[in-house]
Ligand binder design. Structure first.
Ligand SMILES: C[S@@+](CC[C@H](N)C(=O)[O-])C[C@H]1O[C@@H](n2cnc3c(N)ncnc32)[C@H](O)[C@@H]1O
Length: 156
């Protein structure tokens, strides 16, 4: 993903500690990718029916740009958001960005171990924008398995 995509490990992906170091350096620069990412992210908002979401979990929330957009323009007023990232700097940026929604949002720092530090069935949407493709393939598969645990099944 252009200038903000750091180098890969020999296994073909970024281990969590490597990702944390890289994205701590990138920080706010990540937002320069927004014009390139916008169309795909908007497709995700529509395809994922995020306007109907009750509780969102976002893996790799970065600076909190998507979270802010969701909380200000997309989600129902009662919906909640939990973001998670391995980069302490990204977590700090996202927390600052989400200060207007203290009751509805939370950003957690991940140490890269699984399961993710959230309860079973706590979300009805699990989103990750420009994250899974960065990960080591085996780790990405494990994250997706854990996403099934995090997601609550809701009849429609
Ligand atoms: C390309 S950026 C995308 C950020 C944001 N989703 C966006 O679209 O602007 C990738 C993000 O994933 C985070 N990340 C990388 N590996 C991760 C992992 N194993 N678990 C959680 N977050 C991770 C990085 O720290 C970074 O914030």
């Amino acid at each position: 993903m252009g200038a903000a995509r750091p180098g890969r490990s020999a296994e073909g992906g970024l281990a969590p500690a490597m990702a944390a170091r890289a994205y701590d350096r990138i920080g706010r620069l990540q937002d320069t990718q927004a014009p390139i990412e916008r169309a795909a992210v908007e497709r995700m908002v529509v395809a994922g029916r995020l306007r109907d979401a009750r509780a969102i979990f976002e893996l790799g929330c970065g600076t909190g740009a998507l979270a802010r957009r969701l909380l200000s323009d997309v989600l129902p007023d009662t919906a909640t958001y939990v973001g998670a990232d391995v980069s302490p700097r990204m977590v700090a940026l996202a927390r600052r960005r989400l200060e207007p929604w203290p009751q509805r949002s939370r950003v957690v720092h991940l140490d890269g171990t699984l399961p993710l530090p959230v309860p079973d069935g706590c979300a009805d949407r699990f989103v990750a924008a420009y994250v899974l493709d960065l990960l080591e393939p085996a780790y990405a598969r494990s994250v997706l398995r854990d996403a099934h645990r995090v997601l609550a099944w809701t009849p429609t």
